[in-house]
Design a protein around this ligand. Structure first.
Ligand code: OVM
Length: 407
């Protein structure tokens, strides 16, 4: 068997269209829209020789792959590496890189620790913190929304909510980006991420220990699952690690992307200021248009089919979440940001049993910032070009220069 990019090379059925491009090319990652169109138009499932994978980019097939966790498993990794064939770069995530029954058991613990009720309890604190941040930013006027808001806010409030004792903001943001780049092929992004990994990983690992977490926080709530016998002490530690890998940089990215959408759509900003109840649909619309996680893979755990095309066992299936979110088969004017679209069925938080378990907390963080801004800022205007930061799995900004006009 030939191995390419950590998984079995595919000998695709001749009925499957071939797409000759590298989906992890830095140019495509910075500006993916033409690639998205090519992927959707080529067919319901395509073969990409550059990394020997199948890929789906239409809403229907991406949703199907994510909803069928029995055929398309996560336990063999949700990047290009097949954990059945190659040793993963870190101990696999118990919740992301697992299947039932393990997944079901640990997910229950995480769902409780990150429940809507927990998010509601954090709302007030988030709002106070956001008001203070915006007051300070208004004194400056010109800001980089990535550094000054999107990285600043979650790295302040989330570690506090988790009960983290000693916070290193840079390591927290970098850990998520490293984990996300590691889902990709053996390219420069992945190699650079893994070169920086040891320092960040050892810091994160130490931060996950029970005695580094304050009582009453989300981290300790996970360890209470161990006290109740639902998970082992070691499993609880790995689940706390997932709070840091999945809970910081994803939210940072979502917050940056929503501000990118609003700063490019001034009429939407005015509408949000007039109708703050639109904050929730606004967040969903931004997560649809610029999904923080643009791609996750699944592995075909048996010989099967997609849209009538044969799929061999062991095939990696790239699932274009960001691509499906812009599928004209599903959305009217998919690339238009409509603050009141209410885009039910978007895949920016995934779907199925692995759908984002932390989304209530993420939404609460972004909501607090948007409401604090909407109450005080008459206009958020571009103050230069947005710069994207290519990542094998994330659609993230590097810089978003903005001018804030006080109300
Ligand atoms: C994890 C995890 C889950 C979701 C995303 C992610 C960006 C990591 O459990 O480690 O990386």
């Amino acid at each position: 068997m030939k191995i390419i990019e950590g998984h079995a090379a595919i000998d695709p059925h001749p009925s499957i269209p071939v797409l000759e491009l590298d989906p992890f090319d830095e140019g495509i990652l910075r500006d993916p829209f033409d690639y998205y169109t090519a992927l959707r138009e080529a067919g319901p499932v395509v073969f990409i020789p550059s990394c020997s994978v199948l890929a789906v980019g239409r809403h229907e097939e991406v949703r199907m792959a994510f909803s069928d966790h029995r055929r398309f498993v996560s336990s063999r990794g949700v990047g290009l590496n097949d954990f059945k064939l190659e040793k993963p770069w870190r101990q696999p995530s118990l919740i992301l890189e697992s299947d039932p029954p393990v997944h079901t058991r640990v997910r229950a613990v995480m769902a409780r620790a990150l429940s809507p009720k927990v998010a509601l309890g954090l709302r007030e604190t988030f709002r106070e913190e956001a008001d203070e941040l915006v007051d300070n930013l208004l004194e400056r006027g010109r800001i980089d929304a990535v550094h000054d808001i999107a990285e600043q806010f979650p790295t302040t409030v989330f570690p506090k909510a988790v009960g983290m004792q000693d916070v290193n903001r840079r390591h927290l943001v970098d850990y998520g980006a490293i984990a996300a780049n590691a889902f990709g092929p053996d390219n420069a992004l992945r190699r650079d991420a893994l070169a920086r990994a040891p320092e960040v990983v050892s810091w994160v690992t130490a931060a996950c220990a029970r005695d580094r977490l304050a009582p009453g926080g989300i981290g300790m709530a996970v360890y209470e699952g161990a006290d109740a016998g639902e998970v082992s002490e070691e499993e609880a530690m790995l689940l706390v690690r997932s709070l840091f890998s999945a809970g910081v940089d994803t939210t940072v990215t979502g917050m940056g992307n929503v501000l990118w959408c609003l700063s490019r759509n001034p009429e939407a900003w005015q509408r949000l200021r007039a109708e703050p109840d639109l904050v929730r649909p606004c967040i969903d619309e931004a997560v649809r248009i610029a999904a923080p996680i643009h791609t996750f893979a699944r592995t075909a755990n048996e010989e099967t089919e997609i849209a009538g095309h044969p799929v061999p066992e062991g095939a990696k299936i790239l699932c274009g979440l960001g691509c499906a979110n812009l599928d004209p088969r599903k959305w009217e004017d998919p690339e238009t940001f409509r603050i009141d679209r209410r885009p039910g069925g978007h895949l920016g938080f995934g779907t199925g049993i692995h759908g984002c378990v932390g989304q209530h907390i993420a939404r609460a963080e972004i909501e607090a910032v948007l409401l604090a801004l909407a109450a005080r800022v008459a206009a958020i205007e571009p103050d230069g070009d947005a710069v994207w930061r290519p990542n094998n799995a994330m659609r993230a900004l590097d810089n978003l220069p903005l001018r804030l006009v006080p109300a």
